[in-house]
Design a binder for this molecule. Structure first.
Ligand SMILES: Nc1nc2c(c(=O)[nH]1)N[C@H]1C(S)=C(S)[C@@H](COP(=O)(O)OP(=O)(O)OC[C@H]3O[C@@H](n4cnc5c(N)ncnc54)[C@H](O)[C@@H]3O)O[C@H]1N2
Ligand code: MOO
Length: 404
C-alpha cells in the first residue's frame, strides 16, 4: 500500500531511522579532499609563526616615518637586507631601514614596511621615505592568520580545497576522516542493457546506476554498481540478499504500483522492520520506497532517471552524509522564476531550470519535459522548488533553487 508522506516528513523519517557510522580511517593529506573530517583539527602553532611583510619595500619603525612627505622626506640608513626564507641579519634601530621582500620575516625593532614606490634610494645607504606608515602597515602579525589552539576545522566538516591548504600550512599530512559509506547500486528492468551494449528494439541502456553512482561519489560515498536485475521477484530478492557487504542499498525502477514492481515486497522479505514508507508527495519521484532491515537503509527510487536523481538528492544524499558524520552544507540559493509555473497544492515540485544572471539578478529558466528525459537535467543547472502548499508561482517570483 502506498503511504504518501511530505518531503519534510520523509526526510525526517529517513534520517531518524539510521544511525551515523563513526568508523574512521587515516589518509594522506592529498587524498582527504571531499572527505569528512572525523575529528576536529586545532592549530598546533600560530600562523604565520613569525611576523611578515606584505609588500616589497623597507622594514622600519613606523614612528620614524611620522610627518614624512614628498616635500619633507624622512631619511633612513639602510642597514642590510632580509633574505627570503632566512632570519633577518639584524634588528632595526631608530632611523634604520632593512630592505625586505613580500613574505620576508620582519626584523626585531621594526613594526611596519614602507612600499618601495614611496622611497628614493639616495645612494651611499641613505634612503628617503616620502610617505608615513602606521604601525602594522604592510605587515602580517604572528598568529594573525590562525592562532595556536584555535579550532581550524570541526569534526564532520567536508574538506574543501582551501581546507586542504590550511592543513598543509599546519603540517598536518595524515588526516583522520570518516570511512566512506559503501553503497550498492542496482538497476531493475527487463528493458535495460549495459551502456557498452547495442540496444535491440525496445531496449535502452542503463542510465541510473551510472548517474546514481556518480552522485554517490560526489557525496563522499563508495558506490558499487551491481548491475541490471531482471523484473522478477526471485532475481531481485537474490540480488538484495547479496548486498551484505554494503552500508546502504539503492535500487531504481520497479517502484510504482504496477504488477511487475517487486521492490517493496522484496525489501519486506529481507527482514525487519522492512519498508517504512512508499510514496512522497512530490514530483518527480513520487513512488519512492524507503526501508530499513537490520539497521541498513534501502532505497527504491523511480526508474525515470530525473526522478531517480531528484530522489537521490533529496533523501539519499542527506542520509549518506549523516552516515559519515558529515554536517550538510546546504545554503539556500534563491532566483527569480522566468515564467509562471503551476503545481498541485499538497505536492512539492522540483522543476529543472537553467540559471542565468541579468542586471545583478539570478534568474531561473524552467526546462520543461518528462521525468524520463535525461536532457532536462543535463541542460539544467538547478532544481527549482515549488513548495507543497503552493498552487504555482508567477513570473518574477523569488524561488528556492538547488544547484545540481
Ligand atoms: N498507471 C501508472 N503508471 C505509472 C505511474 C502511476 O502512478 N500509475 N507512475 C509513473 C511515475 S510518476 C513514475 S516515476 C514511474 C515509476 O516507475 P518505476 O519506478 O516503477 O520504474 P520503471 O517502470 O521501471 O521505469 C520507469 C521509466 O524509467 C525507465 N528506466 C528504469 N530504469 C532505468 C535505468 N536504469 N536507466 C534508464 N531508464 C530507466 C524505464 O524504462 C521507464 O521508461 O511510473 C509511472 N507509471
Ligand atoms: O513522479 Mo514520476 O517520479 O517521475 O513522474
Amino acid at each position: 500500500m502506498l503511504t504518501v508522506l511530505s518531503v519534510k516528513d520523509a526526510k525526517e523519517r529517513i534520517l531518524s531511522a539510521v544511525t551515523a557510522q563513526t568508523h574512521c580511517t587515516t589518509v594522506p593529506l592529498p587524498d582527504a579532499t571531499e572527505r569528512v573530517l572525523a575529528r576536529s583539527v586545532a592549530a598546533q602553532h600560530d600562523l604565520p609563526t613569525f611576523p611578515r611583510s606584505t609588500m616589497d619595500g623597507y622594514a622600519v619603525r613606523a614612528k620614524d616615518t611620522f610627518g614624512a612627505s614628498e616635500s619633507m622626506p624622512a631619511l633612513f640608513d639602510v642597514a642590510g637586507e632580509v633574505m627570503m626564507g632566512q632570519a633577518p641579519p639584524a634588528a632595526v634601530a631608530a632611523g634604520q631601514a632593512l630592505r625586505i621582500a613580500t613574505g620576508g620575516m620582519l626584523p626585531e625593532g621594526s613594526d611596519a614596511v614602507v612600499m618601495v614606490e614611496h622611497t628614493e634610494d639616495l645612494g651611499g645607504a641613505t634612503l628617503a621615505v616620502n610617505r608615513a606608515v602606521a604601525p602594522g602597515e604592510n605587515t602580517i602579525a604572528r598568529g594573525e592568520d590562525i592562532k595556536a589552539g584555535e579550532t581550524i576545522l570541526p569534526a564532520g566538516h567536508i574538506l574543501r580545497p582551501q581546507d586542504i591548504g590550511a592543513l598543509a600550512a599546519m603540517g598536518q599530512v595524515m588526516i583522520d576522516v570518516a570511512q566512506k559509506p559503501r553503497v550498492a547500486i542496482l538497476s531493475t528492468g527487463d528493458e535495460l542493457v549495459m551502456p557498452d551494449m547495442e540496444p535491440k528494439e525496445g531496449q535502452i541502456r542503463d542510465i541510473n546506476s551510472y548517474l546514481l553512482s556518480a552522485w554517490a561519489q560526489r557525496c563522499g560515498a563508495e558506490p558499487s554498481r551491481l548491475g541490471i536485475i531482471p523484473d522478477t521477484a526471485e532475481e531481485l530478492l537474490n540480488a538484495l540478499q547479496n548486498t551484505g557487504d554494503y552500508d546502504c542499498v539503492i535500487l531504481s525502477g520497479g517502484s510504482s504500483a504496477g504488477t511487475r514492481d517487486h521492490t517493496a515486497s522484496c525489501i519486506d522479505q529481507l527482514g525487519k522492520p522492512g519498508v517504512l514508507f512508499h510514496g512522497v508527495s512530490m514530483r518527480p519521484g513520487k513512488p519512492l520506497i524507503f526501508g530499513v532491515v537490520d539497521g541498513k537503509p534501502y532505497f527504491g527510487l523511480s526508474g525515470n532517471p530525473t526522478s531517480a536523481m531528484v530522489g537521490f538528492l533529496l533523501f539519499v544524499r542527506p542520509l549518506l552524509l549523516q552516515m559519515a558524520g558529515a554536517v550538510e552544507r546546504n545554503p539556500v540559493i534563491t532566483a527569480r522564476a522566468e515564467r509562471n509555473l503551476s503545481s498541485a497544492s499538497g505536492r512539492e515540485d522540483y522543476i529543472r531550470a537553467a540559471l542565468y544572471e541579468q542586471e545583478g539578478q539570478l534568474w531561473a529558466r524552467p526546462i520543461l519535459g518528462q521525468a524520463n528525459l535525461i536532457s532536462t537535467v543535463v541542460r539544467g543547472d538547478a532544481l527549482l522548488r515549488i513548495p507543497q502548499n503552493s498552487e504555482g508561482i508567477e513570473a518574477g517570483d523569488t524561488v528556492e533553487v538547488m544547484l545540481i
